[in-house]
Write a protein that binds this ligand. Structure first.
Ligand SMILES: [Zn+2]
Length: 142
């Protein structure tokens, strides 16, 4: 996995997952970030991506972006965003499809964060689509 991932101290593994699932990180998004498991639902992928922003894991964010949405500058854009933002809270507002039997899904969420120290809020309807069987983030046009 990425160097950034290796920097997450082991002690974090037993603390609550930043995605607000109320599970520990090791029982929630860690296995996805370590590539040991794949999110079974669009919502789990969405949570793990939020968590990857929180822990600053651009490799995971690129990998979980649908190939159709991977622009040439994607990684640089993600690194830029990660550099400026501190994510504080995630609220899942609603989900549509995105289950084990689905090929598409939508997740509406609110993300609270600081951008260079300024309080900001992102409300997004994310669209997810499967690629080779695995959930990927498509775009924010849901
Ligand atoms: Zn999590």
């Amino acid at each position: 996995m990425s160097e950034a991932f290796e920097k997450i101290p082991k002690e974090r593994h037993i603390s609550l997952c930043p995605c607000k699932s109320t599970k520990s990180y090791q029982d929630c998004c860690l296995r996805f970030h370590q590539n040991k498991a794949l999110p079974e639902t669009a919502e789990k992928l969405m949570r793990s991506r939020y968590c990857a922003f929180f822990f600053r894991l651009p490799d995971y964010l690129v990998e979980t972006t649908h190939p159709d949405s991977r622009s040439p500058g994607l990684r640089r854009d993600l690194e830029e965003t990660i550099h400026h933002t501190d994510w504080k809270f995630l609220t899942i507002v609603s989900t549509s499809k995105g289950q084990k039997e689905d090929k598409r899904g939508k997740v509406e969420f609110i993300g609270d964060y600081f951008w260079d120290g300024e309080v900001q809020q992102l409300r997004e309807h994310s669209r997810f689509r499967r690629f080779k069987g695995n959930w990927k983030y498509l775009d924010d046009k849901g």
